[in-house]
Design a protein around this ligand. Structure first.
Ligand code: SAM
Length: 394
């Protein structure tokens, strides 16, 4: 089968890089990236800069995905994208239809799948998707699964922590692999995509459940504790808790650090004190804007960051002075400093200076907080490549 990709929410191109590393056969025929409410579209510019340079069939779209006419999206065999965990609930409309909330990107993905019917789909989201919202555990994921079921897709999912597979970041994300009923892959009895990519040591069955076929019913009442792995075929879900076959030799934070950073990354005495406070344990009285007094407490987090382990999860706030910002002891001087943008790129498996395409430094950190561990995509792309080699789309 032809290997053509449409990349949604493309950011700085983590999916595309991973697929291109896996095989030169993959062609991204269309990509969309738009940073809401921003005049400067730095991530889009970075994406375009890199992939335009390397040639190939390129079509870049820099507009809100909700205003993209599906007619402008080319036919493709694989749809990929990382998108946010939002409120996927639906409401009944007067016309007896159902309607999701405005601005919720899942509905845009669904609209595109409905119109283009790609045989395969690979999506990424934060791990809490399977237990959201807090008041109705699993509702949002069930809505997503039922949408895919109604569109004629089988689904496999797995929460993967990159660290468990020897990589350089403790980043836990859910990956969702879906395939149309019209694929040969769907007809096979063994669906173990994620196990092939990411071996497991053991698993415990959580349960089997039939999804209600009515989205409104799921939205109003459904609640279920999904395991970190599972599949859905014909609306029948089986889910289990799997334990990774943990790789004991990791790439560590120290491995990816540069030898010596420039002066601007080092902490001033004032900043050092600020970080000591932010990262430390505290129990203190605070006053809410309403005047209500309460006790705030939190435990300490390692300060400075441990170098012989993978990095902690990188957030979009990495560039700011925040409790979750990494602070490391410089390899040459031993003095404390922030990570450099290159180190952040390495933590996600991007080439050095990938985001050095004219954006301010803070955006370089922001883009990396938004991105994914490219190595994971490369592993999955190799497996999808094998599936595609066998595939004839009916
Ligand atoms: C989780 S990030 C994906 C990052 C990407 N996988 C990468 O490797 O860089 C989601 C992206 O969706 C973009 N986005 C958010 N709302 C959007 C919209 N309405 N239309 C198009 N893109 C949007 C954000 O700017 C962000 O870059």
């Amino acid at each position: 089968m032809e290997k053509t990709i449409v990349e949604l929410f493309a950011g700085v191109g983590g999916f595309r890089l991973g697929f291109e590393r896996a095989s030169k056969d993959w062609q991204t025929v269309w990509a969309n990236q738009w940073e809401p409410g921003k005049k400067n579209q730095y991530a889009f510019d970075c994406y375009k800069y890199h992939f335009e340079k390397f040639g190939g069939i390129n079509q870049f779209s820099n507009m809100d995905i909700s205003s993209v006419d599906v007619k402008n999206i080319p036919k493709h065999t694989l749809l990929v994208g990382g998108f946010p965990c939002q409120d996927y609930s639906v409401a009944g409309t007067n016309a007896k239809g159902i309607e999701g909330k405005k601005g919720v990107l899942w509905w845009e993905i669904k609209r595109i799948i409905e119109a283009k019917r790609p045989p395969f789909i690979l999506l990424e989201n934060v791990d809490r998707l399977i237990k959201s919202p807090a008041k109705q555990r699993g509702r949002d994921f069930a809505i997503m699964l039922e949408c895919l079921n109604q569109l004629g897709y089988g689904v496999e999912w797995r929460i993967i922590n990159a660290e468990e597979y020897g990589l350089q970041q403790r980043r836990r994300r859910i990956f969702i692999f879906a395939y149309s009923k019209n694929t040969k892959y769907y007809q096979q009895s063994n669906h173990d995509f994620f196990e092939k990519c990411f071996p497991i040591k053991s698993s415990e069955t959580v349960s089997t459940i039939v999804l209600p076929s009515n989205l409104l019913e799921i939205s109003n009442k459904f609640s279920f504790l999904f395991g970190n792995s599972g599949k859905m075929l014909n609306g029948l879900i089986s889910t289990c808790r799997v334990y990774a076959d943990i790789c004991t030799k990791n790439i560590t934070l120290s491995d990816i650090m540069i030898d010596k950073a420039e002066k601007e990354y080092f902490l001033t005495p004032e900043l050092l004190e600020k970080f000591k406070y932010m990262k430390g344990a505290k129990r203190e009285e605070r006053t809410a804007t309403s005047g209500f007094k309460y006790f705030f407490s939190e435990g300490s987090i390692p300060f400075p960051d441990i170098l012989d382990r993978p990095a902690r999860t990188m957030l979009t706030s990495e560039g700011s002075n925040n409790r979750s910002t990494h602070i490391v002891a410089d390899k040459t001087t031993g003095e404390l400093r922030k990570l450099t943008p290159i180190e952040c790129e390495r933590i996600n498996g991007f080439p050095d200076n990938w985001t050095d395409t004219g954006m301010p430094k803070n955006f370089r950190y922001f883009c990396m907080g938004n991105a994914l561990v490219v190595d994971l995509i490369e592993i999955m792309a190799k497996e999808i490549n094998k599936i595609f080699e066998q595939e004839i789309y009916i």
